[in-house]
Design a protein around this ligand. Structure first.
Ligand SMILES: [Zn+2]
Length: 188
């Protein structure tokens, strides 16, 4: 629905561009009488209301913090809250910054995740190596233990054999036998 609002709508020459016989309205930031084209699209002076900012740029009040804002009372017959105007170039710049920040944040999250995955891979690899080394060390230790046991066993048997030789040298019949045999044969 189009409302014809009889408010400060002059017809004349735009103070910003060269347009003549235009409907003019006062720019709330600099007080200049401007044509609608300059008011909406001029790279430096264009203005935008809070409702349009929210619907077109999807920005919240918080996102607009620090930007220049001018309020303008609504005509008495319309009533309601004051209009809130922002400079379009500032709103656009803020939107771009928010998008850039979001993109950077996304990149950061991606990078962090990648780093985490890589660290996990490295950690598991190291764990595997460690387990392998531990297994090998255990195996080597067992081998050494076996050899020691065998040596001990060998030593023990050696000692026992030596002891046996010391204790029973006379009972060694094998040594006596040939002599006895010889003797027998000699006697015979
Ligand atoms: Zn103009």
């Amino acid at each position: 629905m189009l409302l014809l609002i009889p408010e400060m709508c002059l017809v004349g020459n735009c103070e910003t561009c060269s347009a003549t016989d235009e409907k003019l309205r006062s720019n709330p930031f600099n007080g200049k009488q401007q044509c609608m084209n300059c008011r909406v699209t001029h790279p430096k002076y264009a203005i935008i209301g809070i409702t349009d900012i929210k619907s077109q740029y999807k920005l919240k009040d918080n996102d607009l913090r620090g930007l220049r804002m001018v309020t303008e009372p609504k005509p008495a017959f319309l009533g309601g809250a004051d209009r809130k105007w922002y400079l379009l170039k500032q709103v656009k710049a803020r939107k771009e910054k928010i998008l850039r920040d979001k993109e950077a944040e996304k990149e950061r999250v991606k990078r962090d995740r990648q780093e985490w995955v890589e660290k996990g891979k490295k950690f598991r690899q190291e764990e595997k190596e460690r387990a392998k080394e531990e297994k090998k060390a255990k195996k080597d230790a067992m081998k050494r233990e076996k050899v020691t046991e065998e040596n001990k066993d060998f030593e023990t048997r050696g000692k026992a054999a030596k002891r046996k030789m010391e204790v029973e040298p006379e009972t060694d019949v094998e040594d006596e036998m040939p002599r006895k045999k010889k003797r027998f044969s000699f006697e015979a």
